[in-house]
Write a protein that binds this ligand. Structure first.
Ligand code: FAD
Length: 458
C-alpha cells in the first residue's frame, strides 16, 4: 500500500523526477493527449532510460504497487485514481534504423513521426497508423492497424524483438526464440506484461504513395458511403482506405474547414504510381461533388495529411467494433445511426477497410486477432454523449470483438476479453498468471490472470 515515504524511497534510487500530487511538475507529468481521462497516481516517475524503468518496476514489485505506463496519453482506458505508480516514458525517445536488416529499434517513448522520418532517409517505412503523434510501443502492443496494413498486415506482425521489464522487476528480451510465449502475448496483449523499454521491428520499402482525402458535404453521405463500400470490394491489396463522418465542433483550434456541420472524409493510401491512383479513385470522385480534394502523389513522410488527425490534446470517448462485412444493409444501418437526422453527436464515425494481408496469419503468430474482419468501425464521442450508441447498433454486423487500440476513455476499463477469440484470451490469461499473478499491470485493457498449473519463470 502507498505511504508518502514510499515516494521518497523510490526517488532515492532514481535520478528521473519522482513526483506526487501537489509537487510542482506533477500535472505536466501525468497529462496526456486524451483530455477526458487522466492518470492521478500517488507518484509518477519520469523515466530517462531502461535502468530507471527496471529500478522502478523492481520497487513496485517489492512494495506491491499497482503500476501504469504512459508514453503520449493517446489511449488511456483505465487510470490510476489516487494510488499506484505511473511510469512516464516520454523522455525515452531513441530511434535507430538498420538499413541492411531493414529494421528499426525504438525506445519506449518514441512517436511515429520520428520513425517515419528516420526510416525515410533509407528508402524505408514503418507500419505506422494515421497519426504522427501516437506512441510506437502502445500502438504496436495493441496490434497496430497501419495506413498500409492491407498490403503488409498489422504492425505487430513485423515485430522481431521486445525488451521488457516484467512485473517481477527483471529485464527480459522476447523474440520468436527467447521467451516465445511472452513474445506471442506482447504482440496484441497491450500493456499487461510489464514495461517495454525497446521494440525492434521490420520496415517496408515504401518511399512514395498516391493518397490524400476527398471531402464531401454531409447531405451526400448516403451516396458517398454506398459508393465507397462498393469500391472497397474491388480494390487491390495495395489500396487502403477509410471513410469518416465528421462532426467537428465549431471552435478553435479546429481549422474553419471542416468544422461545423456534417462532412464526409474519404481517405486513400495507394501503393502505386499517380496515373494508376487517378484511375483507381475515379468512382469515388464521381460519387458526389467534392468540397475539397487532396488526392495526389506524395512522399510517404507526408502520411499525416491523409487522415489529418488532431494535432492538439482533445477529449474523446473512443469505441470500436470489427465488422464481418459491409453490405448495403449494414451501410444503411450506419446511416440510420449516424447519418443526417440521426441525432448522432459523435465527432467522428469511421470505417477502415481491412482484408488483404490483414486477413492472413502473421509470419510468427501473435495475440493480434481480427483476421476475420473486413472493416473496423470506430467512433470518437464527445464527453457526455452516447459513446456506445453507434457501435452497439452495428454489433449484429460485427465479429463480436473490438480493436483494443480504438477503445479509450471512461467506460472502457472492462476486461480485455472483447479484443480476442476465446482461446487466445485464455492463453493470454495463462501467460499473465505466470508474469503478473497479482495483476500489478492492470491499467490498460486488463487481462485477468488465469491460473491453470504451477509454472516457474525462466
Ligand atoms: C488520433 C489517433 C489516431 C490513432 N490512429 C491509430 C491507428 O491508425 N491505428 C491504430 O492501431 N491505433 C491508432 N490509435 C490508437 C493508438 O494506437 C492507441 O491509443 C495506443 O494505445 C496509443 O499508445 P500511446 O503510447 O501513444 O498512448 P498511451 O496512452 O501513452 O499508452 C496507451 C497504453 O499503451 C500501453 N503502453 C504504452 N507504452 C508502453 C510501454 N512502454 N510498455 C508497456 N505498455 C505500454 C499502456 O498500457 C498504456 O495504457 C490512434 C489514436 C488516436 C488518438
Amino acid at each position: 500500500m502507498y505511504r508518502p515515504a514510499t515516494a521518497h524511497r523510490l526517488a532515492g534510487r532514481l535520478s528521473g523526477p519522482v513526483l506526487g500530487p501537489g509537487d510542482e511538475g506533477y500535472a505536466a507529468e501525468v497529462a496526456g493527449f486524451n483530455r477526458v481521462l487522466r492518470h492521478r497516481p500517488a507518484m509518477v516517475l519520469g523515466a530517462r532510460d531502461a535502468t530507471q524503468v527496471r529500478k522502478a518496476v523492481a520497487f513496485a514489485a517489492e512494495t506491491g504497487l499497482p503500476t501504469a505506463v504512459q508514453a503520449t496519453g493517446h489511449g488511456p482506458s483505465r487510470v490510476t485514481e489516487g494510488s499506484g505508480l505511473l511510469i512516464n516514458t516520454r523522455r525515452m525517445t531513441g530511434v535507430s534504423i538498420d538499413p541492411v536488416a531493414r529494421t528499426a529499434r525504438v525506445e519506449a517513448g518514441a512517436r511515429w513521426r520520428q520513425v517515419v522520418d528516420a526510416a525515410a532517409v533509407h528508402g524505408l517505412a514503418p507500419l505506422n497508423g494515421s497519426s504522427p503523434l501516437v506512441g510506437v510501443v502502445g500502438y504496436t502492443l495493441g496490434g497496430g492497424l497501419a495506413l498500409l496494413s492491407r498490403a503488409y498486415g498489422f504492425a505487430a506482425d513485423h515485430v522481431t524483438a521486445v525488451d521488457i521489464v516484467t512485473p517481477d522487476g527483471l529485464p527480459r528480451t522476447a523474440t520468436a526464440q527467447r521467451n516465445p510465449d511472452l513474445f506471442w502475448a506482447l504482440r496484441g496483449g497491450k500493456g499487461n506484461f510489464g514495461v517495454v523499454t525497446a521494440l525492434e521491428f521490420g520496415l517496408v520499402p515504401v518511399t512514395r504513395l498516391y493518397g490524400g482525402g476527398l471531402f464531401f458535404p454531409g447531405d451526400d453521405v448516403a451516396r458517398v458511403l454506398h459508393a465507397w463500400r462498393a469500391w472497397t470490394e474491388s480494390v487491390p491489396e495495395e489500396t487502403s482506405s477509410s471513410l469518416a463522418l465528421l462532426r467537428m465542433p465549431d471552435q478553435e483550434p479546429i481549422p474553419p474547414f471542416p468544422r461545423g456541420g456534417l462532412v464526409v472524409h474519404v481517405r486513400v493510401a495507394h501503393l502505386g504510381p499517380g496515373d494508376e491512383g487517378e484511375r483507381l479513385v475515379g468512382p469515388l470522385r464521381a460519387a458526389a461533388p467534392t468540397l475539397a480534394d487532396t488526392l495526389g502523389e506524395m512522399p510517404y513522410t507526408r502520411f499525416a495529411d491523409i487522415h489529418n488527425d488532431p494535432a492538439f490534446p482533445t477529449p474523446y470517448d473512443q469505441r470500436s467494433v470489427m465488422l464481418r462485412a459491409l453490405g448495403p444493409d449494414a451501410a444503411d444501418d450506419l446511416l440510420r445511426l449516424a447519418g443526417p437526422g440521426s441525432g448522432c453527436t459523435d465527432v467522428m464515425v469511421e470505417l477502415r477497410h481491412l482484408g488483404g494481408a490483414l486477413g492472413r496469419p502473421a509470419p510468427v503468430p501473435g495475440a493480434t486477432d481480427h483476421r476475420d474482419a473486413l472493416y473496423c468501425l470506430t467512433t470518437l464521442g464527445r464527453p457526455g454523449g452516447r459513446p456506445d450508441h453507434v457501435v452497439d447498433g452495428m454489433a449484429h454486423h460485427g465479429t463480436g470483438r473490438s480493436h483494443l487500440n480504438f477503445l479509450a476513455g471512461p467506460g472502457t476499463d472492462r476486461p480485455a476479453s472483447r479484443g480476442y477469440a476465446p482461446a487466445d484470451y485464455a492463453r493470454l490469461g495463462e501467460i499473465k498468471a505466470r508474469y503478473d499473478p497479482d495483476n500489478l499491470f492492470r491499467f490498460d485493457h486488463t487481462i485477468s490472470p488465469r491460473v491453470t498449473a504451477v509454472r516457474t519463470l525462466a
